[in-house]
Write a protein that binds this ligand. Structure first.
Ligand SMILES: *Cc1c(COP(=O)(O)O)cnc(C)c1O
Length: 417
């Protein structure tokens, strides 16, 4: 059930009107429903009940401390892809012992940091990375828990930029390389091979690629076990899609299908969902600055832009755009665009809307890969973020100040003109 509803002609998040949030905090502002985040996380938990598991929320989807803290209190582990994300999790009150560390380019210092913090597992993506980790763990007198990320060569049927499980992608290793890396790990005092990992892509709307990939992983696990390598967990990654435009599988149907496929396997199951937990919990509030109808297209120029929400520009992603106070009046097809000096700077194209200057719009499904992909392009300060809990709103990140834009910059002393 969506926590964004029309109540007497005005859009609400839980029990708070979006117009009130805009009046108080300005625009553009991200608004998140706490109940929606909780519900999605609990849907995973309930579906996995009775089965040893760890739900490692993928921090990159939305890494605000308040959201990480909330998920940590619900029992989440975390999937991180940088030292910065690991530090965020710890700062938010998350347990490093429930963190898995993914990514193809972990640096020496990130590996050392994660070893020092005592994370649950390193998801290894290459032989060089495995050697580097063994080297650092040896120096620190530690044993590093590792999974190898397998690339199962399945087509997730998603956008090429968010497809990661094909042989041609930079992620993971093939099965024969994985086997070799497990042997290396088994024979090293500094490494402990614990699990097997994969992640085939994002915004996946069909359960079958997940099942195909799980079958592939199961076969690898059985092979390894014949070599005397007994793993204790299987990490199936994240990637379940959400209903931006077309319906996505429900979380519990997805889990039920996975568990059915894994019914004979007793390993602990690790999942790394990001989008499916936070995407539909968020909206980006923006104000219509100018209407610019032209002979070709009608432009609604709003105060949010590609630096605030990159998905439409980066992937051509479609997100629903709703008026905060729907009006009756002439409906035209509007291209909703930002002020940034790029033709790619659009939030939606040809949207049938009845608009006036000054209207508020809500870009739905903005909780994942929204704020976490923001930038300061065009020297635009980052938006504010608000978390709604029933009738209460919490400002969970202030609007960035203009001064903050150049706080880390400096002008060299004069004399060299
Ligand atoms: C991005 C990512 C995820 C999360 O993907 P979603 O589509 O947001 O569920 C999980 N695992 C890894 C390794 C990732 O890179």
């Amino acid at each position: 059930m969506s926590q964004f509803t029309l109540q007497s002609g005005s859009l609400y998040c839980e029990d708070v009107s979006l117009a009130d949030i805009a009046a108080k905090h300005g625009t553009p502002t991200y608004v998140y429903s706490a109940a929606s985040i909780d519900a999605a996380f609990r849907e995973y938990q309930t579906a996995l009940y009775g089965r040893p598991h760890l739900i490692c929320y993928a921090v990159k989807a939305n890494s605000n401390l308040a959201i990480l803290n909330r998920l940590a209190r619900l029992g989440a582990g975390f999937d991180v892809v940088s030292g910065g994300e690991l530090e965020r999790v710890i700062r938010a009150g998350g347990d490093a012992g429930k963190v898995v560390f993914s990514g193809v380019g972990k640096t020496r210092s990130e590996l050392a940091l994660a070893l020092d913090r005592g994370i649950r597992c390193f998801n290894i993506e290459s032989e060089s990375e495995l050697r580097q980790l063994a080297d650092i763990a040896g120096e620190l007198g530690k044993t590093a828990p590792v999974s190898i990320r397998i690339n199962p060569d399945v087509d997730a049927g998603t956008h090429p930029y968010i497809s990661t499980g094909l042989r041609e992608n930079k992620f993971g290793v093939d099965a024969s390389t994985a086997r070799r890396l497990y042997m290396m790990a088994r024979d090293s005092d500094a490494l402990n091979p614990m699990g097997l990992d994969c992640h085939i892509g994002s915004q996946i709307l069909d359960i079958n690629p997940f099942l195909e990939s799980v079958d592939f992983l199961t076969a690898v696990i059985n092979d390894l076990s014949k070599e005397g390598i007994k793993l204790s967990h299987l990490d199936v990654g994240g990637g379940l899609g959400v209903s931006y435009e077309t319906p996505a599988p429900k979380i519990d149907d997805y889990i039920a299908a996975l568990l059915d496929r894994l019914s004979t396997m007793d390993l602990e199951l690790i999942l790394e969902p990001g989008r499916s937990i936070v995407a539909m919990a968020g909206a980006l509030l923006t104000k219509v600055e100018y209407l610019k109808p032209t002979s070709q297209r009608h432009f609604a120029i709003v105060d949010a832009a590609m630096n605030d929400l990159l998905r439409p520009a980066l992937y051509g992603a479609w997100q629903e755009i709703c008026p905060v106070k729907p009006r009756s009046g002439e409906v035209l097809e509007w291209d909703v665009v930002g002020p940034v000096c790029e033709t790619a700077d659009f939030l939606g194209k040809a949207r049938p809307l009845s608009l006036s200057e000054g209207d508020l719009l809500s870009i739905m499904g903005a909780g994942a890969y929204g704020y976490s992909m923001t930038s300061n392009y065009n020297s635009r300060p980052r938006a504010a973020e608000v978390l709604v809990e029933g009738a209460t709103t919490h400002l969970i990140s202030e609007r960035e100040s203009v001064d903050a834009l150049w706080q880390r910059e400096s002008i060299p002393p004069e004399g060299s003109l």
